[in-house]
Design a protein around this ligand. Structure first.
Ligand SMILES: Nc1ncnc2c1ncn2[C@@H]1O[C@H](COP(=O)(O)OP(=O)(O)OP(=O)(O)O)[C@@H](O)[C@H]1O
Ligand SMILES: [Mg+2]
Length: 250
């Protein structure tokens, strides 16, 4: 399973450059982190990777086929978490919102209910199922949005700032979920400002600055380079020896 980004550039209608000349490959069983400062192009890049915005230049392909050609086939296997849950949540009630994806994939009745429950339980929000979506706290909304992704049981997980605004348990659950997806051989890509999360989770890091790739390598080759991280406005690791990295400094 391979998601490939080739020579991709995107400029917003205002003339603002989102990303330019990006070449990347995301593989099944691999967790990739996109790390960069505010405005570096993380959201733009991840929206393009999920086929949610179309680059003016270049291509995104999944197993060799262009995303626009795959259309709903790709959407049904790709779970995308928006940076701001307001962009994701549509339905007035939490359980209805989580049910939306599996409904679109053809599930109904008991099977649908089971999927909603499973997803809500996985991220710890069963107690919120009958609440009004727009009356939830920011962190609760983010968890509902994550449950919505889990409910479609995607093979590809693309997450824009998955832990931003989450409490300790929420963060731990997101980490567990990402690890589960890696074990299942899924493609996982997330954006973050956190070197710590990247060190704990990612197999590969893409450093973005001003819409361009500054570095792309195995996590252990990048994450200890505080000078490089600081130079692009990313906070370095808090304590480099406290991270359960699979591979220490190489
Ligand atoms: N809708 C838009 N219209 C015009 N310019 C935009 C739009 N969205 C983003 N930009 C600009 O594109 C560039 C990349 O923005 P992007 O949202 O991808 O950054 P980011 O790395 O996700 O930032 P953050 O860490 O704040 O989420 C920035 O200069 C931003 O101001
Ligand atoms: Mg962003």
């Amino acid at each position: 399973m391979k998601l490939k980004i080739e020579d991709v550039s995107f400029t917003y209608p205002t003339g603002q450059i989102g990303v330019s000349d990006i070449n990347l490959e995301f593989r099944g069983g691999e967790v990739s982190a996109i790390l960069g400062s505010n405005g570096s192009g993380k959201t733009t890049l991840i929206l393009i990777s999920a086929g949610l915005i179309k680059p003016q230049k270049g291509n995104v392909t999944f197993n060799g086929e262009k995303l626009e050609k795959l259309g709903s086939k790709f959407r049904s296997i790709c779970g995308f978490l928006f940076q701001h849950p307001e962009d994701q949540l549509i339905e007035p009630l939490v359980w209805e919102d989580i049910a939306l994806g599996p409904k679109q994939n053809g599930f109904s009745g008991g099977e649908l209910e089971e999927k909603v429950l499973m997803a809500a339980e996985r991220i710890g929000i069963k107690h919120l199922l009958n609440r009004r979506t727009h009356r939830l706290s920011e962190g609760e909304k983010k968890k509902v949005a994550i449950a919505g992704l889990l409910a479609i049981e995607p093979r590809i997980l693309i997450l824009d700032e998955p832990i931003a605004g989450l409490d300790l348990k929420g963060e731990e659950k997101v980490i567990e979920i990402i690890e589960e997806f890696r074990e299942r051989g899924s493609i996982v890509v997330f954006t973050t400002q956190s070197s710590d999360l990247t060190a704990a989770l990612a197999d590969k890091v893409i450093l973005l600055s001003k819409g361009k790739t500054v570095a792309e390598a195995e996590t252990s080759r990048i994450i200890f380079r505080s000078d490089l991280l600081v130079s692009i406005g990313v906070k370095p690791l808090k304590n480099i020896w406290s991270y359960p990295l699979k591979t220490k400094i190489s």
